[in-house]
Design a protein around this ligand. Structure first.
Ligand code: PGA
Length: 254
């Protein structure tokens, strides 16, 4: 029942895939398949594809997101893109703290917090990724790890700003591996994240937060995962690059 208090959001995370021309083609394929979606549909694309994606989605129910942004408004940060720049070209969403950023690019809980701050200041909606390593799950410290990630990322985020935060629970061992968390595992962690948010804010605030699951979500397993009361959507990698699969997941969230 609480599910009705928040919007289901299905977001594709294209990672480092697709040229601008390929992005336009994929979006044109997705468009008719998801036009009747009642959930929010987002495609998060590489920076160089943003213009093409914004153009291809204009006037549709598909929103566009970036896959990262810097914590500063501008400055000497060669190779980086600021949240203000994303805002300026009309991008509404940004993924922050993806495990691949944490794993390969030195992202820490503190830089994630700073990037979240920059994105909120620029008026963007954040898809904040959190998740445990396999070794952490095996040591039974999943919630300690995720609790720390969530608490640090939300430090200084007001209840009003929390409305522009979506949390994506992505167990690192499930990303791109074909190993999906069971619906029960996803529900357990998402429920615990919601309880933690209720303790940091209020229960009402926590009930309003969309908490996605991500990690090998696909056309086959999406229905079961999304049927859980605390799984409010998905962040989809591999399956978001195939229009029919992505559309099936979107329709499963309806
Ligand atoms: P995957 O990626 O669906 O390919 O596992 C999910 C993600 O990294 O967001």
């Amino acid at each position: 029942m609480n599910k009705q208090l928040r919007k289901a959001v299905i977001a594709g995370n294209w990672k480092m895939n697709k040229t601008p021309a390929e992005a336009t083609a994929l979006i044109n394929e997705i468009k008719p398949l998801v036009k009747d979606a009642t959930c929010e549909v987002v495609v998060c694309v590489p920076f160089v594809d943003l213009h093409a994606a914004l153009e291809a989605t204009a006037g549709t129910n598909i929103k566009v997101g970036a896959e990262n942004c810097h914590w500063a408004e501008n400055g000497a940060f060669t190779g980086e893109i600021s949240a203000q720049m994303l805002k300026a070209i009309g991008v509404p969403y940004v993924i922050i703290g993806h495990s691949e950023r944490r794993q390969y690019f030195g992202e820490t809980d503190v830089t994630v917090r700073d990037r979240v701050r920059a994105a909120l200041n620029a008026g963007l909606t954040v898809i904040l990724c959190v998740g445990e390593l396999l070794s952490e799950r095996e040591q039974n410290i999943t919630m300690e790890v995720i609790g720390k990630q969530v608490k640090i990322a939300l430090a200084g985020v007001s209840a009003e700003e929390l409305k522009r935060i979506i949390i994506a629970y992505e167990p690192v061992w499930a990303i791109g591996t074909g190993l999906t968390a069971t619906a029960e595992q996803a529900e357990d962690v998402n429920g615990a994240i919601r309880a933690l948010i209720a303790s940091l804010y209020t229960k009402e605030d926590a009930d309003g937060v969309t908490i996605q699951y991500g990690g090998s979500m696909n056309a086959k397993n999406a229905g079961e995962l999304l049927s859980k009361p605390n799984v409010d959507g998905g962040l989809i990698g591999g399956a978001s690059l195939k229009a029919p699969d992505f559309a099936t997941i979107v329709m499963a969230a309806n």
